[in-house]
Design a protein around this ligand. Structure first.
Ligand code: C2O
Ligand code: CU
Length: 509
């Protein structure tokens, strides 16, 4: 990677003076958030009190963590001696790995040196609405040459993603990991690696509607799909039938191609924590590690009762933390394969220190990619009850029954209840309500559905993104309306979002 200096100045900002208003003042120093957004933040509700308290604690903990993220065109290596130009944060791909302690205050100055507007979204963190980074919904997009300061408390602890939320920029590489460390981990571990999985294009992203796929005229959709299925045959069990999927050049781990995998060093006896982030713009992945089982400890950053599996599958926007017991010396492949056809699996290599082996044992791919025990949503049982992520129980005050569909004809896009965002009314709720959302997927591909600004209960897990399986798959989640504002709820497959699979969930205090 072409690494550029990671600009970071620590502790230069003025200290917070007032508890809550001052935080917002600080946030407003480069651009005034709209008064509507401010009202949404200062709600006086339960969330607001908790947030105010967190601000106070952060104040006592010293100056905020200052980070500058510069969105700019830059060069990345895409193979031996080959480079491509794309858009990155600070010239890094993935972007700088952000890491904070729970409760620290983070101030990120986004500087836009791109040729178009941009924003940053803090995927999974229930930030105040004005800090959520959705263009036209929570803020005016940041124009070329301008800056914007995101200012919020990093809480609760967990594994998160940050990424551009403007247009198709996510698929150019404007993304990174954000880890908020807990004071006391739910499971002890000896070392840790953060693995960012991404699907990489060979060129700039194009909306599905421009790619001519799914159109009924000219080279027909069926023909295109048949071609693609022929091409993908033999690569995976289930060919992709989603006309919105671009032709990805590769699946990557931490920006590295399968031929040049990152090495994860471990010592025999270590408990190794792996933070797995699916930051693909499209691809649902199946992850497994040869020679080892994985114990799932966190789903979307929230601690769960330990469950041991051979593999797990996750969609765009989902994260899992797993523990691996290093009890099998040698060199082993960790791989993530597309569930739907496409390029060959992303690869990392686990290398035991002192191992005499020079290449991965047992062939190249982990057995868990094709068989074994796969994590199911039903396996996940949340083990915490904190202020930030209360379990959602009891009878709902509001129920939404939503149908997810689309894909056969791109003219109609991808829809929620037949409506194509932004031509779709917001889901209006009220502060304090317990809201249940039931989703039925009438399309032929899965949809990782993400709600901004809240954790939700899905089964007995607490998550912020849940994948609704294809072909009449159903998922239900419930959340407490405790963080007023306009919150995007959408499919995290970028080309589905872009083609309308989104709604705004709206409530005031
Ligand atoms: Cu990572 Cu609106 O999403
Ligand atoms: Cu989708």
């Amino acid at each position: 990677m072409n690494r550029r200096e990671f600009l970071r100045s620590v502790g230069s900002a003025a200290a917070l003076s007032g508890p809550f208003g001052a935080l917002l003042d600080a946030a407003a120093c480069e651009r005034e958030p709209s008064s509507e957004a401010l009202d949404g933040v200062s709600s006086g509700g339960r969330y607001d009190r908790a947030y105010r308290e967190a601000v106070r604690r952060a104040q006592r903990g010293g100056p905020p963590r200052e980070v500058r993220l510069i969105a700019e065109e830059d060069e990345i290596e895409i193979g031996p001696g080959r480079t491509a130009r794309t858009w990155l944060f600070n010239g890094e791909y993935p972007g700088p790995a952000l890491r904070l302690r729970e409760g620290e205050r983070l101030r990120v100055t986004l500087e836009n040196r791109l040729s178009e507007e941009t924003t940053i979204h803090w995927h999974g963190i229930p930030v105040p609405n004005a800090m959520d980074g959705v263009p036209e919904v929570t803020q005016d997009p940041v124009a070329p040459g301008e800056t914007f300061v995101y200012d919020f408390i990093a809480r609760p602890a967990g594994t998160y993603i940050y990424h551009s939320h403007a247009g198709l920029q996510l698929d150019r590489g404007l993304l990174g990991s954000l880890v908020v460390e807990e004071a006391k981990p739910s499971q002890p571990f000896d070392r840790e690696y953060v693995l960012v999985f991404d699907d990489a294009l060979a060129g700039p992203p194009r909306p599905a509607s421009d790619r001519g796929e799914g159109m009924m005229d000219g080279r027909g959709m069926m023909e295109g799909m048949r071609e693609r299925m022929m091409r993908d045959r033999g690569r995976t069990a289930m060919p992709e039938t989603d006309p919105a999927r671009p032709d990805y050049a590769a699946l990557l781990v931490n920006g590295r191609f399968p031929a040049d995998p990152p090495e994860l060093e471990v010592r025999r006896g270590d408990r190794v924590r792996l933070r797995l982030l699916n930051v693909c713009a499209h691809t649902t992945l199946r992850v497994a590690l040869a020679g080892h089982r994985m114990t799932v400890t966190h789903a979307d950053g929230r601690p769960v009762q330990a469950v041991e599996v051979d593999a797990l599958e996750f969609g765009s926007g989902e994260r899992y933390d797993v523990l691996v017991k290093a009890d099998s010396p040698g060199i082993w492949t960790l791989a993530a394969a597309s569930r739907e056809g496409g390029p060959s699996p992303a690869r990392a290599v686990v290398r035991y220190l002192g191992s005499a082996a020079t290449r991965p044992a047992n062939g190249t791919m982990p057995a868990g990619l094709a068989g074994g025990r796969v994590l199911r949503l039903e396996d996940l049982v949340a083990i915490e009850e904190t202020e930030a992520t209360p379990p959602v129980t009891g009878a709902p005050d509001r129920v939404f029954d939503l149908t997810l569909s689309g894909g056969m004809m791109m003219q109609r896009g991808w829809t929620i209840d037949g409506q194509r965002y932004p031509d779709a009314p917001p889901l209006e709720i009220e502060a304090g309500q317990l809201v249940e959302v039931r989703m039925t997927n009438r399309s032929m591909t899965d949809h990782p559905m993400h709600l901004h600004g809240h954790f939700f209960s899905a089964g007995r897990a607490i998550k912020d993104t849940v994948t609704v399986p294809a072909h009449m798959g159903r998922r239900t989640f419930a959340f407490l309306a405790d963080n007023p504002g306009d919150w995007l709820f959408h499919c995290h497959k970028l080309y589905h979002l872009e083609a309308g699979m989104a709604r705004v969930v709206r409530y005031r205090s």
